[in-house]
Design a protein around this ligand. Structure first.
Ligand code: ZN
Length: 675
């Protein structure tokens, strides 16, 4: 069987021939995408912002997280050892802990794809062996169920079996693509075949099991890796199951909200509003985008277009974060947790914004970028990466936020009542889904930097890097990108190798980059440069050609749609892709964040400080500090307030809370200078 499988894989590879068979999404043969993933490891950050972040991922994030998860505190490996009969003990951690361990393995594989560290691979292969031994003969593997004698397989969807399955399948595909080995993939094949046997049925008992549905993305990657169409069919079945069954409490659903919370109230093809748990929703949409890219079904693509538009234009924060509330209700009046509430209802202080949800927003957008080839999707990926993604982890790479609000006020909330919201980052979260999610995203970021189009390639993200890959026709392309982005707006890309025939280089012009210019070899080129679109240069490239993109990096003040009551008469400060915040270490001693007003209309100065927060550009801004201290009454009369004027530095939002416990705000009430 194994031999047959290897032969099938080899046949698939031969058929593919050239590029993308080892992409972060395995889109080599995917028919309905405009932009395809480059092969893992083909792009490497060389210096600057993302090279620094990747280095922290390589030296701190992945090793430290590995120590935690394979040790007694994290207990993830222990769970597999106990299930394998190698150790005594009980399951510890959340029901989705297996999935979080697979996510960490995936992160480690992205690091290995960049550095080829054999020691890391040997370590991971050791863990894979244990996972294999924990797997049951029929392919089932879920330690949270196996280690509980009073729980049956697929007894209740709260046990997150689908979530763990999805991460197993995805992680195994990445491991296979990076290493060429099949030790992890064999486990995944056995498991996916078991899943197919169990769930490829019209029995309603299994119809509502797609809960936290990473299995859809995982199954599509398994289809792409092995060519077995059963996996794609099953992925599509999980899409089709939603909205098909009566939404009612059953023994399988008890313990978790039903309906919109888990995407089962409305069939996806009829949906026009993002609802429910933000992570559950966005993993589902991302999986549906993968399915649509294989099947080409227009109704599915249309629904995803509506949902992406609803998420990013009605329910997303200026940081790219999503999931406004810890508890609430959908517009269909289903109870929801950790998710979307009404359009334009955007609280700052109590914003939930789970790191996973923000990461999922970028994953969904990456898939939409593939489907449509439009740069607006990469704008969202970038927004998340620089802001609400990175805010989930400390600069050192060892402490994590689960929740990413836009304002922190001491004493405003009783954190003892919240299990996931914390005033400072924590070194270990009992619910450990977010840490490996942001770490795998940072570790794979170079693979998102470029995509391959039919006629060339697209530059999605900027950052100094070297790209050596093959275009879709099999020709080699080598590019060297040099830039101090995001602190400066000039990007130089040197062509080191290219085919003789003309091809496209598509440069993303971010929506905020009004007035950008593009030159080749220091001469203007006849190309449409429009913010919010790709600028496509088609020419015969030759070695030594230098493409220069200049993006103006003026500080911009951002105001919210007037329907967002929580941000009325407030502004946020943004420069390039970076959202800024005010943090108490930068305020006169004793100043409360709620007394800070922004003085609009005054000049703003940018300073680069290499010694601050790992090296950041700060924005020097005049502020007004209200002197009549905020009263404790719910309502009180007010006279004309008095203000002190001060000049302070604003720091990037993602760096907040790296200088101890602090208050912080992104949006500030504004007093316009010229009034
Ligand atoms: Zn999470």
């Amino acid at each position: 069987m194994k031999k047959l499988f290897v032969m099938a894989c080899a046949a698939l590879m031969t058929q593919v021939g050239v590029a993308q068979e080892r992409g972060v999404l395995g889109q080599a043969n995917t028919p309905n995408v405009a932009l395809k993933s480059i092969n893992l490891g083909d792009c490497k950050w060389t210096e600057g912002f993302w090279a620094d972040k990747f280095e922290v991922a390589e030296t701190n994030m992945v090793p430290y997280m590995g120590e935690v998860l394979t040790g007694d505190v994290g207990h993830a490996l222990n769970n597999f050892k106990i299930a394998a009969g190698m150790k005594e003990g009980k399951h510890q951690g959340m029901h989705w802990h297996d999935g979080d361990f697979y996510k960490w393995i995936e992160a480690a594989m992205y690091v290995y794809a960049q550095n080829g560290d054999k020691t890391l691979l040997e370590e991971i292969d050791g863990y894979i062996k244990i996972i294999g031994e924990a797997q049951e003969d029929d392919g089932y593997i879920q330690t949270q169920v196996q280690l509980r004698s009073n729980v049956d397989r697929y007894e209740n969807r709260k046990y997150h079996e689908m979530y763990n399955t999805g991460h197993l399948l995805t992680s195994a595909c990445i491991h296979h693509r990076v290493t060429g080995q099949s030790n992890f993939l064999d486990i995944a094949v056995k498991h996916a075949d078991f899943l197919y046997k169990t769930f490829n049925t019209d029995n309603p008992r299994y119809g509502r099991f797609g809960f936290n549905q990473t299995q859809i993305m995982g199954l599509v990657e398994m289809y792409r890796t092995t060519g077995n169409k059963n996996y794609l069919d099953l992925a599509e079945r999980f899409i089709n199951n939603r909205g098909k069954y009566e939404v009612e409490e059953t023994p399988e659903t008890q313990g978790y909200p039903i309906g919109d919370m888990v995407q089962e109230r409305v069939a996806l093809r009829d949906a026009d509003e993002a609802v429910g748990h933000a992570v559950l929703a966005l993993y589902y949409y991302a999986g549906a985008a993968d399915v649509a890219s294989e099947t080409g079904e227009q109704a599915l693509v249309d629904a995803l277009d509506r949902l992406w538009d609803n998420v990013t234009n009605k329910k997303m924060y200026v940081t790219g974060a999503v999931g406004q509330a810890h508890y609430g209700a959908s517009t269909n009046r289903d109870k929801i947790e950790e998710g979307f509430i009404d359009a334009y209802m955007m609280p700052n202080m109590t914003a939930y914004n789970e790191t996973c949800a923000n990461v999922c927003n970028s994953m969904f957008s990456y898939r939409m970028l593939g489907l449509h080839g439009e740069s607006k999707y990469a704008d969202i990926m970038e927004l998340v990466l620089y802001n609400s993604g990175l805010s989930g982890i400390s600069l050192e790479g060892k402490d994590y936020f689960y929740s990413n609000p836009l304002r922190m006020v001491h004493g405003s909330r009783d954190y003892s009542k919240h299990n996931t919201e914390t005033p400072v980052r924590e070194p270990y979260l009992e619910c450990f889904c977010c840490p490996p999610n942001i770490v795998r995203t940072i570790a794979k970021s170079a693979n998102w930097a470029y995509s391959l189009s039919k006629d060339g390639l697209a530059v999605n993200l900027y950052g100094s890097n070297r790209l050596e890959t093959k275009l879709q026709d099999g020709s080699t392309i080598i590019l060297n990108q040099v830039t101090n982005y995001p602190w400066e707006g000039t990007v130089n890309i040197t062509v080191e190798k290219a085919k003789k025939q003309a091809f496209d280089v598509m440069l993303r012009i971010p929506k905020w980059a009004v007035g950008s210019s593009v030159k080749v070899n220091n001469e203007a080129v006849d190309v449409k440069v429009v913010e919010g679109e790709f600028a496509t240069i088609n020419r015969k490239w030759k070695k030594g050609d230098i493409i220069t993109l200049d993006m103006p990096m003026e500080v911009q003040l951002v105001e919210a749609n007037p329907l967002i009551e929580e941000a009325r008469n407030q502004v946020a400060v943004k420069r390039g892709p970076i959202v800024y915040c005010v943090e108490t270490p930068d305020l006169p001693k004793g100043t409360k964040i709620l007394d800070v007003y922004f003085k609009g209309g005054a000049p703003l100065k940018v300073n680069y400080d290499k010694d601050l927060l790992g090296g950041v550009a700060t924005v020097e801004a005049p502020i007004l500090i209200r002197k009549d201290q905020t009263k404790e009454d719910m309502y009180s009369t007010v006279d004309v307030p008095k203000f002190d004027e001060s000049s302070i530095q604003l720091v990037p939002y993602f760096t907040w809370n790296n200088r101890g416990k602090a208050e912080m705000t992104v949006f500030m009430p504004v007093i316009w200078n010229n009034l």
